[in-house]
Design a protein around this ligand. Structure first.
Ligand code: LMR
Length: 330
């Protein structure tokens, strides 16, 4: 069951060497939606190399970036059914299975990158990765990967205060928390798959969107968005999920080597997230196409205040345990 047929367009000779000896390598199909040069794309490629190194070619990873195999709407279903074995979605998208994953969308919950790392390593984060809701769908979470803080962009006007958001329509990833966030700011939102967002911005289906510097830069949103406000109002982070039957069906020694590879790839990913987002901010600023605006402390506080209703509405859904657990790590 571990083997998948069909030639991969990914290079990597280990599979070929092995097939000569009659034992086919275990193929781990890893699907994701961002580009090959995004933070996630780079870390996925490194993971593939590490798996092949550590297993001596007994296992290989076929990485399918840029929604080429499955997009936002179907990658989770594909994992549940075992059509792919590993995905690394923005955790927001897990709302379908467990609404607590929307912790990531709670406005201004995380202070800085260190706070995010502390959370990733915390017991409260592990309860999400090992939840019954995931197990009931034959999947499990193995690790957190980071991206960064989100910022607003739009085509209509520079945004400095909550009122500037009024009447604008934004692309959102998924879920009621993001919907409520935009509503609290007087704006509208529409769920649009990541792979379709550039076109939606270009065609004016929506006026704006929110994302990390690196996602915007690697999707070239500077070509289709006039203003960006450095708002850091929410996070976009990932978790690695695997199909449980597939994972547990791997020989123990190989699974241990793959786990080791994931651990190293995760360390690299955390480093890359900061470096690549910093580089991408420079790219966005230097593009000459998008005006980049900053918020004063007072302006930021005005956004925080305007977004307070999101906590009133969703504290029970996300659970107090999780929200307080995260706040107490500060
Ligand atoms: C998005 O949809 O904006 C992100 O989840 C894309 C990603 O995977 O980083």
């Amino acid at each position: 069951a571990a083997c998948s047929g069909g030639g991969s367009k990914e290079s990597g000779g280990s599979g070929k060497e092995d097939s000569g000896k009659g034992s086919k390598p275990i193929v781990i199909k890893f699907s994701h939606v961002t580009s090959i040069d995004s933070v996630k794309g780079k870390a996925a490629e490194r993971f593939k190399e590490l798996v092949e190194e550590k297993t001596g070619g007994k296992a290989t990873v076929e990485v399918y970036p840029s929604s080429q195999l499955y997009g936002d709407n179907d990658e989770l279903d594909a994992l549940v059914s075992g059509n792919v074995h590993m995905i690394a979605p923005s955790v927001t998208k897990m709302v379908k299975l467990d609404p607590r994953w929307q912790y990531v969308d709670m406005p201004f919950l995380f202070k800085d990158q260190e706070h995010v790392h502390k959370f990733f390593e915390s017991d409260v984060a592990k309860t999400l990765l090992n939840s019954d809701q995931l197990a009931a769908n034959d999947i499990m979470g193995l690790a957190f990967w980071e991206n960064g803080f989100k910022h607003f962009t739009n085509n209509e006007r520079p945004i400095q205060k909550p009122e500037d958001m009024k009447g604008l329509k934004f692309r959102a990833q998924a879920g009621k928390v993001l919907e409520a966030q935009f509503k609290a700011l007087g704006a509208g939102s529409a769920t649009i798959a990541f792979g379709e967002t550039y076109a939606a911005l270009q065609q004016g289906t929506v006026d704006g969107q929110e994302n990390t510097y690196n996602n915007m830069d690697t999707q070239k949103y500077q070509e289709v968005q006039k203003y960006m406000t450095i708002s850091e109002h929410g996070r976009l982070d990932y978790a690695i999920f695997v199909n449980k039957s597939f994972w547990e069906g791997m020989p123990d020694d190989i699974r241990a080597q793959v786990e080791e590879a994931l651990k190293e790839a995760t360390e690299l990913e955390w480093k890359l997230a900061k470096e690549e987002n910093d580089k991408s901010l420079d790219n966005l600023k230097n593009s000459g196409k998008m005006e980049v605006l900053e918020l004063t402390a007072d302006e930021r506080a005005a956004f925080e205040k305007a977004l307070q209703p999101v906590y009133d509405e969703f504290e029970d859904v996300i659970t107090k345990e999780l929200i307080d657990g995260i706040r107490n790590l500060k």
